[in-house]
Ligand binder design. Sequence first.
Ligand SMILES: *Cc1c(COP(=O)(O)O)cnc(C)c1O
Length: 466
Amino acid sequence: MTHLFRALPSMDVCLSTLEQTLPDMAAVPRPLVRELITAFLDALREDIRAGRVDDADHLALDSLLPALKEHVARGVRPGLRRVLNATGVVIHTNMGRSVLAEEAREAVNAACSGYCNLELDLTTGGRGSRYSLVEGLLCRLTGAEAALVVNNNAAAVLLVLDTLCKGGEVIVSRGQLVEIGGSFRIPEIMEKSGAVLREVGATNRTHLKDYAEAVTPQTTALLRVHTSNYRIVGFHKDVPLRELAALAAQHGVPVIEDLGSGSLLDLADSGLPGEPTVQSVVREGADVVTFSGDKVLGGPQAGIILGRRNAVDRIRSNPLNRALRTDKLTMAALEATLRLYLEPELARRRVPTLRMITATPESLAARARKLASRLRRGLGGAARVELRPDVSRVGGGAFPERDLPTTLVRVVPSDISATELKQRLLSMNPPLLGRLEEQAFCLDVRTLADAEFASAASAVAQALRV
Ligand SMILES: *Cc1c(COP(=O)(O)O)cnc(C)c1O
């Protein structure tokens, strides 16, 4: 056994060999690599002790190198990594929601590669405000008088309620007391902000008189919440915003609208009718509107607050705002994304989220055929590859239950189950996520870029060990 232990390569030999053979090792912290090598060698010693290895040749560095390289390459990968999304769910919170437009990525790079004027007024050289960077754009795009950006929409709702409603009563329809996921529940946010919830109406129907009868001197706002992630169908009624705004104005209280996703474009002609745009909500009289930066807008994680100047000014000067503020990277990405919306056609072409949502069934079918033939070329008899019409979802709580026609590429493995294939694809580099059916692992090209086809095909081939 001693000669087997002696046959193992030393730490130093392993380290220097890896430095010469693994790419990009210069920037990997050495302690990380040493730990991984130690674990690798310890496992081999365990194998020797247990009698699982009895041939010294197997312990020579040349024999061990492929496995050692694989072990170390896996171990040094960062926690946050690029993944391939072939699920067809465009706004996938688990996968980082929106893919940023090239313009936004360039703006982020420029803002963080050197110093920037985040809070610097370049006309005077004095202190500027990070809030003014995108306020003009937001007002121009939506018709609002003033705007503010915070960390995310949950923060936006919290800040708005904390500023305008603390200690008072906020009237909300029972049909809108939603949980958004990740435990963001309107009643709980309300409690945190110190406002008291007054529920009115029934789950499926709320009338103007329900609101009118609930208004008291304690009322501080009427809140509307976009029921983002589900849809009430059938016997159902909500009060139109215009009527609610008129009632609120009579009583001198604001209407707050949490739009959730908040689209700046009307996507009705892309088969997605029925979602109010931010502009329409402002026009119809909402005093304060909040929505996410990384849902249908297609920008970075952010919470956008806009509406009447006096309300937004009060919200901006709430001390809590300082705790919820955005950084320069967010500001850079958001400004670049919003600029594209100045020309709606440009936004449709350049913002990946919009491009994916509005992709035509014909273009998706053509791209699916392209991916399928690439897969077939690489897989041989390891799997059957077929095409089938299906639907994708927008996700992110936007356009719930709305089906977008697509074409799925179904991979039916010959020797392993679809579940096993799905599991193996998770450990590829980059990992590939798709949809699981009983017999097939399915890829929806809606969320997979053309430039990602090659990686996706090679991931499947590797997972099937072709
Ligand atoms: C998504 C959503 C939120 C939370 O937004 P985040 O940006 O994820 O914080 C709040 N309200 C509604 C209606 C939503 O759809």
